[in-house]
Design a protein around this ligand. Structure first.
Ligand code: PLP
Length: 444
């Protein structure tokens, strides 16, 4: 009997009692290799002593102090750390407790910026289909996952959705990747013109699309063109790096690989690596200065913003990433993971696409490789793979995302940065076995 309101109300979960590097251990002693970092969170695994000691030390000093009375050392140090490494122009950080809060903050700071700038008629956001920006009602409104939105219609914020940058399904056969990038990005301009350029606040996108599509990176030149279009119409570019940021793709900020800087960037998950709940919203100097020189007050706040213990934990996480050279390791081992995935699944008739960056990779499953037709959603292939993998002691993040309006199946891999070759071998072996056993049991 449990009094916990589990999301899957009938689920009978194992009880996690301990962590050992990239493994989670349950109350029976069974070990699970964490190939998804939970949901792209646990980038340092589950037992990093430096982080645990830093959190304990902060608890001994002062666990919490409300930010309307005080600032605190870990908050200041973490903000400095993030800004010193951030894309050009981002120079202030607002700390929150997670990704949805970070995106709510992004939308509200953007709206207030335009009000204070004397452009209150800017009220619309443009975002993308098949995206996920969080579960709160504002974040859900900009998100583009129909399954998540349906029940809560009508949503709070009017958002226009354009298609994601998704070459596997949308690039035409006779089209170069560069031409596809421009065509995909130009749909933003069309949407801005339809809404009226003076009415749009911002364009919100995941740099690399995570849960809803399964680690789909932008194609070369896509975000450069998006940046140009935003600049042309004075629309803010807001990048959601809640999943893809904080080193997961091999650079601290994923958009560095696209050679652009957003006006606002959100991150969470890997920021605290699960040792503490924390998110962040980085904003440009232009936005901050407008508010500072205007009302001087951001009309937004949560009880736990700038939480000292959360910031101390996140700072320690970021120090470990740097001191142990983990970004280079993610780049290196990420390539090794791609090679292993290609070797194991490249010829599989039910694997349509293998894609990603660094330790953020996805496999898209299809019923037919030529037509790219997804499996019948009633089969719930993704849920069955997850269950089978757990049985074998592997955590992966199968998603039942959407493929052009239909349900699709993918496996998202976002392992801890500390994974070694032997772990990669274990991951591939267990994932291959899970996939083939599930397909066999379905008579596929
Ligand atoms: N944005 C993205 C890209 C995410 O993947 C998620 C969570 O999966 C969120 C926002 C919401 O973050 P949280 O669950 O911490 O509120």
């Amino acid at each position: 009997m449990t009094y916990v309101f589990h999301r899957h109300t009938k689920a009978n979960y194992p009880v996690a009692v301990a962590g050992d590097g990239p493994y989670v251990i349950d109350s029976t002693g069974k070990r699970y290799l964490d190939a998804s970092g939970g949901a792209a969170v646990s980038c340092l695994g589950h037992s990093n002593r430096h982080v645990i000691e830093a959190i304990k030390a902060q608890l001994d000093k002062i666990p919490y102090a409300h930010t309307s009375f005080f600032t605190n050392e870990p908050t200041e140090q973490l903000a400095r750390h993030l800004i010193e490494r951030a894309p050009a122009g981002l120079n202030k950080v607002y700390f929150l407790s997670g990704g949805s809060e970070a995106n709510e903050t992004a939308m509200k700071v953007a709206r207030q910026y335009f009000v204070e700038k004397g452009e209150p008629q800017r009220r619309h956001f443009i975002a993308r289909n098949q995206s996920y920006h969080g579960n709160t009602l504002g974040a859900l409104a900009v998100g583009g996952n129909p399954g998540r939105r349906e029940l809560f219609q009508p949503l709070l914020i009017n958002t226009t959705h354009i298609d994601p940058c998704y070459a596997y399904r949308h690039q035409r056969q006779d089209e170069s990747i560069e031409a596809y990038s421009l065509r995909a990005a130009d749909t933003l301009e069309t949407a801005i013109l339809e809404l009226g350029p003076d009415s749009v606040i911002g364009f919100l996108a995941e740099t690399v699309v995570g849960a809803t599509l399964g680690a789909v990176p932008p194609t070369p030149g896509y975000f450069k063109r998006i940046r140009e279009i935003c600049d042309k119409y004075g629309v803010l570019l807001i990048l959601d790096e809640v999943m893809s940021g904080m080193g997961r793709t091999g650079t601290l900020y994923a958009c560095k690989q696209d050679g652009i800087a957003p006006d606002i960037l959100t991150c969470a998950k890997g920021l605290g690596a699960g040792y503490q709940p924390i998110g962040a919203c980085l904003v440009s100097g232009a936005i901050f200065d407008t508010i500072e020189q205007g009302s001087g007050f951001f009309h937004h706040g949560f009880t736990y913003i700038g939480h000292p213990t959360a910031c101390a934990g996140a700072l320690a996480v970021q120090q470990v990433i740097e001191q142990e050279g983990l970004l280079a390791k993610v780049r290196d081992k990420g390539s090794a993971l791609t090679e292993r995935l290609t070797h194991a699944f490249g010829q599989n008739p039910y694997v349509g696409d293998i894609r990603g960056r660094g330790y953020f990779q996805g496999i898209e499953l299809v019923s037919d490789r030529d037509s790219k037709e997804p499996f019948d959603p009633a089969l719930k292939i993704f849920a069955k793979i997850k269950a089978k993998a757990m049985e074998k002691g592997l955590m992966c993040y199968p998603g039942g995302g959407t493929v052009d309006g239909k349900k699709g199946d993918h496996v998202l891999l976002a392992p801890p940065f500390i994974l070694e070759d032997s772990h990669l071998d274990e991951l591939i072996e267990k994932l291959s076995a899970s996939l083939s056993e599930v397909l066999r049991s379905e008579g596929i």
